[in-house]
Design a protein around this ligand. Structure first.
Ligand SMILES: *[C@@H]1O[C@H](CO)[C@@H](O)[C@H](O)[C@H]1NC(C)=O
Ligand SMILES: *[C@@H]1O[C@H](CO)[C@@H](O)[C@H](O)[C@H]1NC(C)=O
Ligand SMILES: *[C@@H]1O[C@H](CO)[C@@H](O)[C@H](O)[C@H]1NC(C)=O
Length: 467
């Protein structure tokens, strides 16, 4: 796990869900305004920790009185050491915050922001608990050294506005189909009612087009051997004729793709673990309304939801809080049993350690994985074939390359086009089953298309006796 050579993750933008197939987009889509890079976080931190012995209902948004301090050194690539020399692990979660696990305790907090200003040398109040989840306390962190203060750069919305009407237009569809034949585009009448403002909201007000995610970890000889040992084609919807993947859903007008992606991974993994004797459909609304590890319809991350939330709080079935796609007070039936997951991690062990081989291995051994990737809006028109974004669309139809959003989906397998040898991932989307290949799409595999191979997460179901 520590052996990979990785590119340092340098991150620049907040994450946004793509919202589709809803008539109105009132929600601007964004995660927290924090924008803190790996380099901002790496270093020595003092955590001021509140009194312990709470349970998971502890409210860390309230002010708390620190009763002790702990010092952590966070070093490359993912090694955390406390003041006693205990060695553990740390990872950033995109540009939003970081988690530290040392000496049997976990610490997670979002990076501090006030308005649109990030204070990357500090955290918001966060949650600390032992790895068994019994003893909770609040904490906040401060990094030694200079203050790291960043103003969010204003979004380049004017560009989006200028070209946004072309998304889903016949002109766009024709241009896509003319300049390449890897995938086929089609016009979806569902989008005809979209105003320019809808598309702006759809795009979430993201800012610079320069996306600097971590590159995938290089493929070592060991990774290549892993790939050699795996089948050329694999699909959890058809393993010796058996389907282990839950039905496609529709997130509607809420930036909840991260919840659907997390639930999609979790549902399939329960099916796999129980040989399809348990087929739960979990509640994304519980996440939207009740999770403090995400921002409701304004975004979130699979590491924190399919991972950390599912471990700390558990998931409930859809019927315990049916999907409305709206923010609101937590309405989950408190009597509903909770389904727990554990062992959550980024594929490759930490943010920046991911690559094609490790993703294939995780899918094959453990089940579908949740992917956070960059969506260009030509994906909206996807009908079939192996998707890749074609930069010459910019020249041909004025397609704005800056129109990138972040979206979360579930990779359920992979394949190879017989005639061309083109490799692809098989991906479950949450835009309803009337889109793409019955709700699925294929995307190019092996070259980090749309950063698909840089940010994948998984977690493991704890066998439940409750269903
Ligand atoms: C936590 O405390 C804050 C501040 O007092 C309050 O606004 C919030 O509703 C509380 N959250 C819960 C879940 O009780
Ligand atoms: C986030 O920070 C990076 C690097 O510090 C910067 O290049 C980028 O423009 C910032 N993004 C936003 C939305 O402010
Ligand atoms: C899994 O389920 C299938 C289909 O019901 C059955 O044929 C198979 O024997 C089961 N496998 C195990 C290990 O129980």
């Amino acid at each position: 796990m520590f052996g990979h050579h990785i590119m340092l993750p340098t991150l620049s933008r907040a994450t946004f869900c793509v919202l589709l197939f809803a008539g109105l987009f009132n929600n601007a889509v964004a995660d927290t305004p924090a924008n803190c890079t790996y380099e901002d976080i790496r270093g020595t931190w003092i955590f001021s920790i509140g009194s312990g012995n709470n349970d998971r209902t502890v409210n860390c948004s309230k002010s708390f009185t620190p009763v002790r301090q702990s010092k952590f050194q966070l070093t490359y690539p993912d090694v955390a050491v406390d003041e006693f020399g205990n060695q553990g692990f740390w990872t950033i979660i995109y540009n939003q915050g970081f988690e530290v696990v040392v000496a049997g305790r976990k610490y997670f907090a979002f990076s501090k922001y006030v308005g649109k200003t990030s204070y990357c040398h500090e955290t918001m109040p966060g949650w600390s608990h032992d790895v068994l989840g019994r003893d909770w306390s609040c904490y906040s962190g401060k990094k030694l050294g200079e203050a790291i203060i960043k103003e969010q750069t204003p979004a380049q919305r004017d560009n989006s506005l200028r070209f946004s009407h072309r998304v889903n237009s016949n002109e766009m569809v024709e241009a896509i189909n003319k300049i390449q034949n890897s995938w086929e585009a089609t016009h979806y009448p569902q989008f005809d009612s979209f105003s320019e403002e809808d598309f702006i909201n759809l795009a979430g007000g993201h800012s610079s087009g320069v996306h600097s995610r971590p590159k995938p970890a290089p493929l070592t000889e060991e990774h290549k051997a892993i790939m050699q040992s795996l089948p050329k084609d694999f699909d959890w919807r058809n393993v010796d004729g058996i389907n282990y993947v839950s039905p496609v859903r529709n997130q509607g007008g809420c930036g909840s793709c991260y919840a659907f992606g997390s639930m999609g991974m979790a549902e399939a993994r329960v099916r796999i673990q129980t040989n399809n004797t348990q087929t739960p459909v979990f509640s994304p609304q519980d996440i939207v309304e009740c999770s403090e590890y995400s921002q409701g319809c304004a975004g979130g991350f699979p590491y924190l939801i399919g991972g950390k939330y599912a471990e700390d709080f558990g998931l409930v079935l859809e019927k315990c809080n049916p999907y409305t796609g709206k923010n609101g007070k937590c309405q989950t039936d408190p009597k509903c049993p909770r389904h727990y997951f554990t062992g959550y991690r980024y594929i490759g062990g930490y943010y920046g350690g991911c690559n094609e081989a490790l993703m294939m291995q995780a899918i094959h051994q453990n089940g579908p994985i949740a992917i956070n990737f960059e969506v260009y809006r030509d994906l909206v028109s996807y009908k079939s074939g192996v998707y890749h974004h074609n930069p010459s669309l910019t020249a041909n139809v004025g397609f704005n390359p800056f129109e990138i959003t972040n979206h979360v989906v579930v990779a359920v397998g992979w394949g190879t086009v017989k005639t061309t040898g083109q490799k692809y991932w098989i991906v479950k989307n949450s835009w309803g089953d009337g889109w793409g290949l019955d709700g699925y799409f294929w995307i190019e595999r092996g070259n980090d298309e749309c950063s698909f191979e840089s940010l994948a997460a998984e977690s493991f179901p704890i066998l439940s006796t409750l269903s």
